[in-house]
Design a protein around this ligand. Sequence first.
Ligand SMILES: Nc1ncnc2c1ncn2[C@@H]1O[C@H](COP(=O)(O)OP(=O)(O)OP(=O)(O)O)[C@@H](O)[C@H]1O
Length: 359
Amino acid sequence: MTQLAIDVRDLRKQFKVQNNRTGLGGAIRDLFKREYREVAAVKDITFQIPHGEICGYIGENGAGKSTTIKMLTGILVPTSGMLRVNGYVPHKEREKFVKEIGVVFGQRSQLWWDIGVIESFQLLRKVYRVPEADFRKRLDELVERLQLGELLNRPVRKLSLGQRMRCELVASLLHNPSILFLDEPTIGLDIIVKTEIREFLKEMNREHGTTILLTTHDLQDIEALCSRVIMLDDGRIIYDGGLEELKTRWSKGREIKFQFGSAISLDRLRDMTEGLGVTWTMDNDVEAGMWLPHAVNVSDALARVVGSSADIRDIKINETNTDEIVREIYQSGSAETKAATAAALEAPADTEEKESTRP
Ligand SMILES: Nc1ncnc2c1ncn2[C@@H]1O[C@H](COP(=O)(O)OP(=O)(O)OP(=O)(O)O)[C@@H](O)[C@H]1O
């Protein structure tokens, strides 16, 4: 086994796209002389993924995620740079290479629409040249694990999306690949199927050491599965590191929501916490929010309010959530720049509570 599951250096992909001239005259001129321009979808990216890791690959629409996955799986040829997956150059050594990877594109099927699921699996067995005994053993395990028994004889077109996605996963794993590429595997699924798929992937990783590279717009997938996340923006990597580290660096604080038994004034709340460096906002005369930068200890702040004579009915602590953090990073276009200025600014970010009126 090679040292790295995925090794990418200065990888670039440019597409040649046609410039369409406007109007009828333009369309006629386009017929005779076409004009093209180059669009860079992936711009000299570098990252390495060791065996056994589950890595999230995220970015807004058009950031270049699918283009990267297509290069990593040998579907697209890179414009420049170096690329090795399990030691292979994907687009050059396709036949040997595809036996070691599994791929699921959430928006596309690798199963044949009109034939029974089991027949699709049999065809894939032949494509990957899996010995019949190995195939049977593997299939039995996967079918039992994902409870596909009664679906096997149905044509794919008659399956629900959730049922089809479970079949897609089995199809991608029949040949026992060591690396799995998943492009939006939970798109359009309900929370029950999403959870089932996440649990299954975690198990595959734990028990078989399967390396997983996953693109998704659902950050719950990342939270549930990935210790590492690579964030892409306009073809460039803007963050590569731990999910926890990303949250700590970017979450600028917490908010504590208080509900009081009787009306309380903003001035009184400010007096209670004087000198602590917290900010108060009133939602109405019995509900208030206290914003705490990271530097302020939660228990110190709570003690001030609890120790006062105020009649507290309820307390709720809100952390900045990952969706908000990631959205802010996308908007700023860089995890680095913002991280450097975040501590200095200590400006509160939105939290899970949308009704908050924090400044
Ligand atoms: N075959 C192609 N020809 C020309 N441009 C392309 C082609 N494929 C992708 N692009 C462009 O490359 C950029 C990156 O596209 P890509 O599909 O990799 O993004 P993505 O991050 O996967 O987005 P999404 O989340 O919407 O799937 C986009 O601007 C897209 O229009």
